[in-house]
Design a protein around this ligand. Structure first.
Ligand SMILES: Nc1ncnc2c1ncn2[C@@H]1O[C@H](COP(=O)(O)OP(=O)(O)OP(=O)(O)O)[C@@H](O)[C@H]1O
Ligand SMILES: [Zn+2]
Length: 591
């Protein structure tokens, strides 16, 4: 339009109409912001610039200005859409039909008609359409879409499989457990899609800056006008003082970073956590299941009460522990099974948070847990039983201390390297918090070079430990896996859950979930977060700050007019977008 008018092909009235149409939505949002949120938004700004240009007789400049702002917004939308689409691309999708075998033979069924229990057949090269358990066949399955781990896993009878993962070779019969929106895959997608809604503080800062910048700029412009009486210069200045890109500089980075993380099996539940993770200086770790491999094994049994044999003790303990999901309980149960010791169903069972279990087995009261559990129940106990890196699980039967089962776990492979790398990124202090006993905690803490070890903690003590660190001015990330970690995960600035083997409660309380229990993923998450934060800073300071200062200077010196300004102004927009989109692809060390 502006071009047509310039070439004197259309009357100025047509241009006025075009400008009015373009301006209408801006004026509307601007006015709504002003009235409802008491904030002077970018839209008002653009409106003022255009109106000033028109009143001052700079119609062409006014129109061009508006067109350019609209182009900038269009580029922004386009990039957001692309980034969102790329999240889906990266993670992939789930097939919409499944081959089902039933009494009538084999037939294709749309997944919305599948029910739990249906047996689905998947062959080499196909994607698994449901979450379920393998009931026939064997295959090598690539689970990268869920865990980020691209080395295929062998699956056979009894193995869990997930929708969205790919059978690379072999074939599987899968008994359906979850379909559609209930699958792990669907939950990952919805988490990532909702994540961008949580604004990072730096983005709120951008909004805040914009809201005080605008009045300052307006006063400055009035002053310049009073001094120079030069409308052209004012319009030129308006173009370079508009803080439009400030609002665009962050969201794209955040979406790109979240997508990038998802591809590595790291679920970030909001942009805000990326910024916190980049700034964290203290890391707090849970021990059991987080720093240790979560493969605890019974390594010794010590009898205290001569009337019971070792097999009796194991049988009673395993019976008491068979309903518990605690890793130590599983070790006891597995040991009984391996030693071919029978253990009955408990008549009654109670899991006591961070203590152990209390059960009735064959009419006898059995306690299995730490020393406090026995003491609180009034069982006479001599000194604390400790054995270096092994966890003593105490067993009492009918009020008498019967014996101790020693359980050992190995460190997670790569734990030491991961912690060293995290330290290299500026983590000043590493603290271990655990419900386990002092001696075991110290041994493992020493092996890993922890700065501080706190043992015998209840869930609320873990929260208190984190609150204390925060009070000292630290930004704290907590890494955990268990129900006993959930409150601490929620309290920390960033809660990171070991998602693979971790408890559902921990996954829900966490801000970041690792789909594969690998400490190296924390290093990757930190690297992505730091990179994203740096990109945001680059965008704001270089893309917006520097370019605008240069532009304002050039305008004040009279070197450029409104149209050159408007064209130059596209520069930082493009710069910001390229810089942000780069995050989707660029090599980041440790990712
Ligand atoms: N089901 C159980 N069977 C046996 N002992 C248990 C059981 N549950 C808890 N305990 C005892 O209570 C202690 C504390 O348990 P808690 O779950 O709080 O921490 P943890 O698993 O030892 O360590 P972390 O806090 O590092 O994950 C355990 O070390 C164990 O001695
Ligand atoms: Zn744990």
């Amino acid at each position: 339009m502006a071009f047509l008018y310039w070439q004197q092909l259309i009357p100025i009235q047509a241009l006025w109409v075009a400008v009015a149409i373009g301006l209408y939505p801006l004026v509307k949002t601007g006015a709504v912001d002003l009235v409802k949120e008491r904030k002077i938004g970018t839209e008002i700004f653009v409106t003022i610039a255009t109106v000033v240009a028109l009143i001052g007789g700079e119609t062409v400049a006014g129109a061009v200005l508006m067109v350019i702002i609209l182009i900038a917004e269009f580029i922004a939308d386009l990039n957001m859409d692309r980034a969102r689409a790329s999240i889906k691309d990266l993670i992939g999708s789930v097939p919409q039909v499944a081959l089902v075998r039933d009494a009538g033979g084999e037939r294709m069924v749309p997944i919305e008609n599948l029910r739990a229990g249906d047996v689905v057949l998947v062959r080499a090269g196909e994607k698994i359409p449901v979450d379920g358990t393998v009931v026939g066949g064997a295959a090598s399955v690539n689970e990268a879409s869920i865990t980020g781990e691209s080395i295929p896993k062998d699956k056979s009878d009894g193995a869990d499989v997930f929708a969205g993962t790919i059978v690379e070779s072999g074939a599987l019969d899968i008994e359906t457990e979850k379909v559609g929106a209930d699958t792990t895959f669907a939950r990952i997608i919805s988490l990532v899609e909702n994540a961008e809604a949580e604004q990072a503080p730096v983005q709120k800062l951008a909004d805040k800056v914009a809201s005080w910048l605008i009045p300052v700029v307006l006063i400055f412009l009035v002053a310049v006008y009073l001094y120079t009486r030069d409308i052209r210069m004012i319009v030129t200045l308006l173009i370079f003082t508009s803080p439009a890109e400030l609002g665009l500089a962050t969201p794209l980075v955040i979406i790109a970073a979240i997508a990038r993380a998802a591809r590595s099996g790291i679920l970030v539940k909001g942009g805000v956590y990326l910024e916190s993770l980049a700034k964290v200086d203290v890391l707090v770790f849970d021990k059991t299941g987080t720093l240790t491999a979560n493969k605890p094994e019974v390594v010794g049994v010590e009898i205290q009460d001569g009337t019971l044999s070792e097999a009796d003790l194991i049988s009673l303990a395993a019976a008491a522990d068979r309903r518990s999901v605690h890793p130590l309980a599983k070790a006891v149960v597995n040991y009984a099974a391996r030693m071919k010791i029978d253990f009955p169903e408990p008549e009654q069972y109670d899991q006591l948070q961070a203590r152990g279990v209390k059960a009735t087995v064959a009419g006898r009261t059995v306690l299995v847990g730490n020393a406090s559990l026995l003491r609180e129940a009034g069982v006479p106990l001599s000194d604390a039983i400790e054995k270096g890196g092994q966890t003593p699980v105490h067993v009492a039967v009918d009020g008498t201390f019967a014996g101790v089962i020693f359980i050992a776990d190995t460190l997670r492979p790569g734990a030491r390297e991961a912690l060293a790398k995290l330290r290299a990124t500026g983590v000043k202090r590493m603290v271990m918090v655990t419900g386990d006993n002092e001696a075991t905690a110290r041994t493992i803490g020493k092996e890993l070079g922890m700065d501080e070890v706190r043992a015998n903690l209840m869930p609320q003590d873990k929260v208190a430990a984190i609150a204390e660190l925060q009070k000292q001015g630290h930004r704290v990330a907590m890494v955990g896996d268990g129900i006993n970690d959930a409150p601490a995960l929620a309290r920390a600035d960033v809660g990171i859950a070991m998602g693979g083997g971790g408890a559902q409660a921990a996954l829900e309380a966490a801000d970041i979930a690792l789909m594969k229990d690998d400490l190296a993923r924390i290093v990757s998450a930190r690297a992505i977060a730091r990179r994203a934060y740096r990109t945001i800073q680059e965008n704001i300071f270089v893309g917006v700050g520097v370019v605008h200062v240069l532009g304002i200077t050039a305008a004040l010196m009279g070197w450029i007019g409104p149209i050159q300004a408007a064209i130059l102004h596209l520069g930082p927009d493009v710069l910001v977008f390229l810089n942000s989109a780069k995050l989707l692809r660029v090599r980041i060390q440790d990712v």
